[in-house]
Design a protein around this ligand. Structure first.
Ligand code: SF4
Ligand code: SF4
Ligand code: FES
Length: 344
C-alpha cells in the first residue's frame, strides 16, 4: 500500500495515499460528526459538520473533502470547531420537529446522535414549522420532509449507487428539498423501491413503514436470486420483521434490491407458506413427509427412460446444490435436459 502518515488529535495515523482526513480519522477510531457523507458516495461537503482545524490551512476545512497528506496535523474537536458545529446544527434544528419518530427507541437517527455529541440542549433560534404533506405512496417507506435537513444523501444515493435518478434536489435556499419529477408522489416516479436512500437518510425524513426493532439479528444469504447478497434478518417473537444488508462483505456491500430488503418477511411469515412437501392423494394435495415424497418421486422416475425426463434447478440454491443436481441428472437419470430459472 502506498501509505502516508499524518497526526490527528496528537496520534500518528497511517492511511493509504488518497484517503480523506475523515477516512483517516475513522480508521483511527476518532469520531468526527457527519451528516452528508457515506462511504459509498463521492465526497460532497454539504453539511459542514465535519469541519476540523488543520495546521497551515486557513479556516475550518471539511474533513470529508480534504485529502490527507503526509505530515498534516489535524485537530478534530477544538472549542472553535465545536462552536461552529453547534451553530450549524442549531440552524438545522430551527425547523426540525420535536416529535421525531426516529427517537422512539430506534437509534438509526444520525442527526440526533450529532445533537447529543455537541450537547445542544437548548434551541437558540425561533422554531419554524413547515407542515409538508407526508408522501406514503410507496408501499415500503414514507417520505416526511418536515424532517429533511437537505443533506442530499438520498438524491446522490439514487444517482451514484442505484443509477436510477428518481429524485432531485428541487427549489433553492430555505425551501430546497428532494423531490420526484414535478413534485409528484414517489410512486409515480421511476423509483424502484430499493430503499437505499432510506437506509442512508440521517434523519426521520425517510423511514420504512415497518419500524419494529428486532430482538436479535441472524446473518444469512438472501433467498431470492443467485447473486447471494449477504443480509441480517431481524427476528422478534419467532417472526422475521426486518432485513438489512451486510456492509462488510464483497458480494453486495450492504446494497439490496426491493425484494431482498422488503420482500423476505412477507413470505417467510406467510400463513400459507409451504413448509412440507405435498403429494396428490384421492385427487387432493396433502402434506406428507420428505421420505414419502422422495420415495414417490424416485418410484415414478424409474418408469421413464433416458431423455424422457428433464431437471429444472434454481438460482436460489447454492452453487454446490446446483452442481449436485446437474450431476444427478447426467449420471443417474442419464439426461442432459437440464435448465434453470432464477424465479423458482
Ligand atoms: S428507493 Fe431506491 S430508486 Fe427509489 S428513490 Fe430511493 S434510492 Fe432511488
Ligand atoms: S430526505 Fe433524508 S437523505 Fe434526503 S436530503 Fe432529506 S435528510 Fe437528506
Ligand atoms: S460530512 Fe463533511 S460536509 Fe457533511
Amino acid at each position: 500500500m502506498d501509505a502516508i502518515t499524518l497526526t490527528i488529535d496528537g496520534a500518528a495515523v497511517t492511511v493509504r495515499r488518497g484517503a480523506t482526513v475523515l477516512e483517516a480519522a475513522q480508521q483511527a477510531g476518532i469520531y468526527i460528526p457527519t451528516l452528508c457523507s457515506d462511504h459509498d458516495l463521492e465526497p460532497y461537503g454539504g453539511c459542514r459538520l465535519c469541519i476540523v482545524e488543520i495546521e497551515k490551512m486557513a479556516g475550518l476545512p471539511t474533513a470529508c473533502t480534504t485529502p490527507a497528506t503526509s505530515g498534516m496535523v489535524v485537530r478534530t474537536a477544538t472549542p472553535a470547531v465545536n462552536e461552529a458545529r453547534r451553530d450549524i446544527v442549531a440552524l438545522l434544528l430551527a425547523d426540525y420537529p420535536d416529535d421525531c419518530p426516529a427517537c422512539t427507541g430506534d437509534d438509526r437517527c444520525d442527526f440526533h446522535q450529532v445533537v447529543a455529541y455537541l450537547g445542544l440542549d437548548e434551541q437558540p433560534f425561533r422554531r419554524l414549522h413547515r407542515s409538508i404533506p407526508i408522501d406514503s405512496s410507496n408501499p415500503f417507506f414514507e417520505r416526511d420532509l418536515d424532517y429533511c435537513i437537505a443533506c442530499g444523501k438520498c438524491v446522490r444515493t439514487c444517482d451514484e449507487v442505484v443509477n436510477v435518478d428518481a429524485i432531485e434536489m428541487a427549489s433553492r435556499g430555505y425551501t430546497i428539498l428532494p423531490s420526484a419529477f414535478g413534485g409528484k408522489p414517489i410512486v409515480q416516479s421511476n423509483c424502484i423501491s430499493c430503499g437505499e436512500c432510506v437506509v442512508r437518510c440521517p434523519t426521520a425524513a425517510l423511514m420504512p413503514k415497518e419500524r419494529r426493532l428486532p430482538a436479535q439479528e441472524v446473518k444469512t444469504t438472501c433467498p431470492y436470486c443467485g447473486v447471494g447478497c449477504q443480509i441480517y434478518l431481524g427476528v422478534s417473537d419467532g417472526q422475521v420483521i426486518s432485513v438489512r444488508g451486510d456492509r462488510d462483505n464483497d458480494v453486495n456491500r450492504g446494497l439490496l434490491c426491493v425484494k431482498g430488503r422488503f420482500g423476505v418477511a412477507g413470505y417467510v411469515n406467510h400463513p400459507e407458506r409451504l413448509t412440507l412437501p405435498l403429494v396428490r392423494k384421492d385427487g387432493a394435495l396433502r402434506e406428507t413427509t420428505w421420505d414419502e415424497a422422495l420415495e414417490m418421486v424416485a418410484g415414478r422416475l424409474a418408469g421413464f427412460g433416458k431423455g424422457e425426463v428433464a431437471v429444472i434447478s434454481s438460482a436460489k440454491c447454492t452453487n454446490e446444490d446446483n452442481y449436485v443436481i446437474q450431476k444427478f441428472a447426467r449420471t443417474v437419470l442419464g439426461t442432459n435436459n437440464i435448465d434453470h430459472c432464477a424465479r423458482l
